[in-house]
Ligand binder design. Structure first.
Ligand SMILES: [Zn+2]
Length: 289
């Protein structure tokens, strides 16, 4: 077996199960440190999978069936946290494309930018139109190469992409000369893996929807190969002490209300994790070489 990123066969077994895939395994490349699911879904399987997406979401204990309005309002809180971290990249009049923009929560915060969106879900895309100043698309391939952006951003989308090199080639054509790509992805050094080493968390978090789980080194390799150089890496810890204690206690997702109450103030905890760089989330920003 070869690493899908650097193609070496120098890989090791990282975890022996994948959520919802019988005989699924997780491997890690010893060269570029990419962690990946094996076997990955084929295009056809992926299509079937996403057709039943709501069923999968329900099976993972996440809410469905709520109104778009409610969903959007929840997303807005996360989008605001995100904006606090990356706002310096979105200057006045920036031409911004978000890929996987959902209901448009993040783009709705960019009052002074020219915004476009790629969103495959028809309902989400229709809803998002009220916040978007330029165009919306269902696929990145629909965008004319004459459109050029200052920033292409995606939040928890890049890890879903099975052929990232092909995708980056598309992005490159759509970027201005000094344009940047800004992504937010789950980090393989998540403390529940790298510090607490919780088997049940790994059984849950390795899933067919995320064929690749990135480290900084594997992102560096991938983007460099595709003509980008890294501008900044931001180690960000999304989940706090309450969530971690709940995983340690119950070995399953869902949290604990009492822990939430007691450990509301956990900024220092998150900061300590960020200091060690063993965070659950990475922001990675690159520019064209
Ligand atoms: Zn590799």
């Amino acid at each position: 077996m070869n690493c899908p990123n650097c193609k070496t066969n120098n890989v090791r077994l990282f975890h022996d199960s994948v959520w919802s895939i019988e005989n699924g395994k997780v491997y890690q490349c010893k060269e570029c440190t990419l962690t990946f699911i094996y076997p990955m879904m084929s295009e056809k399987e992926e299509h079937e999978f996403y057709k039943n997406f709501n069923e999968h979401i329900k099976a993972r204990g996440l809410a469905t069936g709520e109104s778009l309005e409610n969903y959007h309002n929840k997303s807005l809180m996360i989008a605001k946290e995100r904006m606090n971290i990356v706002s310096k990249y979105f200057v006045d009049k920036s031409k911004v494309l978000e890929v996987g923009s959902s209901t448009g929560a993040f783009l709705s915060l960019l009052q002074n930018c020219d915004t476009s969106a790629v969103e495959p879900s028809d309902d989400n895309r229709e809803f998002s139109k009220q916040f978007i100043t330029n165009k919306t698309y269902s696929l990145i391939e629909e965008i004319s190469e004459s459109e050029k952006f200052d920033i292409i951003c995606m939040f928890h989308v890049f890890e879903h992409i099975r052929e990232p090199a092909k995708f980056l080639a598309n992005c490159k054509k759509l970027l201005k000369e000094n344009g940047i790509i800004l992504i937010e992805v789950p980090h393989i050094e998540d403390p529940l893996i790298s510090i607490y080493d919780i088997k049940e968390f790994k059984d849950f978090v390795f899933q067919p929807m995320h064929p690749m789980i990135y480290s900084v080194a594997s992102l560096e390799y991938l983007f460099k190969q595709n003509g980008f150089s890294s501008t900044e890496v931001i180690y960000h810890q999304r989940y706090g002490l309450s969530n971690h204690l709940a995983w340690l206690k119950y070995k399953k997702p869902g949290g604990d209300k009492i822990f939430d109450e007691i450990f509301k103030e956990d900024k220092e905890y998150k900061k300590s994790i960020e200091f060690t760089k063993k965070t659950d989330t990475l922001f990675y920003i690159v520019s064209k070489v």
